[in-house]
Design a protein around this ligand. Structure first.
Ligand code: HEM
Length: 521
């Protein structure tokens, strides 16, 4: 009951507690009736193994209050106790949590036809104008067309021909900015905003044919805020009504759903409309122009562009933010990576291109290990089963939200030796492109950050090109060092804690010094 009271206390202040108690009680009664009905109407699945249910479930609320503020850690704890596949209830929703890549492969790839929907979410429904675009649309014709249109301008060949110059220029600017801001600010700089400008400029150039000069740019700040707000609102914590339908009343009374609608209709849409109009007038080819060749309505075009900017910005900056934090904490690894880059430069008097990545095997393996060690998203983007699925004799019920638990998967001792240890050479025998590894056989996968099956990330090649080129440029120019306070104490970024930012899992905000070691080449 304490947990229920805590929950009630946490609800928006505009609603008096006295109003909420009856609402929640009605909800509890409704669900009890609903559960009883479900119990009697359930089909008989004789001979199947029941998916283990972790401790901590409560009537009506299910595991909602046991999940706590760090669901990724909690799920990892449950997996350790109860196994690699678990079933929990989150209000009226059933979630199936998966920590074993073999099971995930069977669920998302072998049974991909029935495991590629996205679960209902109030915000993503508003965001996507009822299922338009790629990321949150049902796996039907519109999604296939939208995905194909976007993939056509981020294929490896297209990226090599069209984006390598901007990627390299942005990476060089990033290194310079990090050095200058470290000098200017004294006491270190927080790299996050600079990383955001770096990844935003690349995807912005390809989508709209324009870029921003500095992190102070007014428009950059506006677009950046819209992107981050979208990613944050898409998190399940903003969607209580999908777990407890009765709370739709609360969300209506507090105006939460209206605020989401207002944000999309009055902020996101006008911004993207004007960006598209501007992009269509440009001479250089960009995605906005490419989309004109397809039969999408205006809203669909807008959502596709919004998907691309959201998918290609924060994911890259969060990943690099972890990489830099890890480098500062592991100076010997950083030195070895720098030595490998310096060796290339001493031979060719220039930095390596992405197409020459095989000359830097230590850096490739180390980047993969960073992504294994600190996953970019806690759960990828959850899928949903559109019919009952049987895997390893377990019944995954129709409608279940399917969650790939990245942290648990990446710390699974069945897959990785000594998973808790950061081991930069771990992938020395698997230097293939992340794109090839993700799309190939299960045994050849390096990590699972890019998700699964039909909904797998559409931009893996571009993502790795950005990560590699940005990393090489920064480490070639400077060393990443801890901030030293007036008593001489060194302060390292905290890599033990992660902050759940909706879809991504970011490091706690930190400052480090990017100390120049070589001039720009
Ligand atoms: C480190 C960088 C990135 C990470 C970790 C990442 C991760 C992911 C994940 C986990 C998904 C969901 C997969 C699933 O449902 O199983 C996804 C989807 C997607 N990603 Fe990425 N991504 C990254 C970069 C990019 C970039 C650079 C682009 C585009 C240029 C991109 C475009 C997309 C798109 C369009 C989807 C939606 C796919 C669909 O629903 O069909 N991503 N990404």
């Amino acid at each position: 009951m304490d947990r229920i009271n805590t929950f009630i206390d946490s609800l928006p202040r505009q609603l008096e507690r006295d109003h909420i108690v009856p609402i929640v009680s009605i909800a509890a009664a409704t669900t009890l009736l609903f559960s009883t009905y479900k119990l009697f109407s359930n089909r008989n699945h004789k001979g199947l193994t029941k998916i283990p249910v972790p401790r901590g479930g409560y009537p009506y609320f299910g595991h909602m209050f046991s999940v706590g503020t760090d669901p990724s850690r909690k799920f990892a704890e449950w997996h350790k106790e109860s196994g690699p596949i678990l079933q929990i209830r989150m209000g009226i929703q059933t979630w199936v949590l998966i920590a074993d890549p073999e099971i995930a492969h069977k669920v998302f790839v072998t049974n991909g036809v029935h495991s590629s929907h996205r679960p209902h979410n109030t915000f993503t429904n508003i965001y996507s104008h009822n299922g338009r675009g790629i990321g949150f649309s049902p796996p039907e014709k519109h999604w296939r067309d939208a995905r194909a249109a976007v993939i056509s301008i981020i294929t490896p060949k297209y990226v090599d021909t069209n984006y390598m110059v901007p990627i390299t220029r942005e990476a060089s600017d990033l290194a310079e900015r990090l050095i200058q801001y470290s000098k200017r600010e004294g006491g270190g700089t927080d790299p996050m905003i600079h990383l955001h400008l770096n990844s935003m400029n690349i995807i912005y150039m390809s989508a709209f044919g324009k870029r921003f000069e500095s992190v102070e740019d007014e428009e950059f700040r506006t677009v950046s805020a819209v992107v981050l707000k979208q990613l944050s609102l898409a998190g399940p914590e903003h969607d209580m009504a999908s777990f407890f339908p009765i709370l739709a009343i609360v969300e209506y009374l507090t105006g939460k759903t209206k605020k989401m609608n207002d944000f999309i209709n009055n902020e996101r849409d006008p911004l993207f409309k004007s960006l598209i109009t501007e992009a269509l007038r440009r001479e250089d080819t960009n995605l906005a122009q490419e989309l004109e060749k397809f039969d999408f309505d205006d809203k669909a075009k807008l959502v596709i562009m919004s998907d691309l900017i959201a998918a290609g910005t924060d994911t890259i900056s969060v990943t690099l933010c972890w990489v830099f934090a890890i480098m500062c904490n592991y100076p010997q690894v950083q030195k070895r990576a720098a030595a490998e880059i310096d060796h290339f430069v001493s031979l060719y008097h220039r930095l390596p291109l992405f197409s020459e990545r095989n000359s830097l095997p230590y850096c490739i393996s180390m980047l993969k290990e960073c992504m294994r060690f600190k996953p970019t998203t806690p759960f990828g983007l959850p899928h949903q089963a559109d019919q009952d699925i049987i895997v390893d004799n377990y019944l995954i019920p129709k409608g279940a939200t399917l969650v790939s638990c990245m942290e648990s998967m990446h710390m699974n001792p069945k897959v990785y030796d000594e998973p808790e240890r950061f081991c930069a050479e771990r992938f020395s025998d698997n230097l293939q492109l992340m794109d090839t590894a993700a799309k190939g056989k299960l045994e050849g996968r390096d990590h699972y950050n890019f998700g699964w099956g039909r909904r797998m990330c559409a931009g893996i090649y571009m993502a790795e090109a950005e990560l590699f080129v940005s990393f090489v440029n920064v480490i070639a120019r400077c060393s990443i060092e801890p901030v030293v306070d007036s008593t001489g104490k060194e302060h390292f970024p905290n890599i033990e804690q992660a902050v759940n930012s909706g879809i991504t899992l970011t490091p706690e905000s930190y400052k480090v010094n990017f100390v120049e070691r070589t001039p720009d080449l």
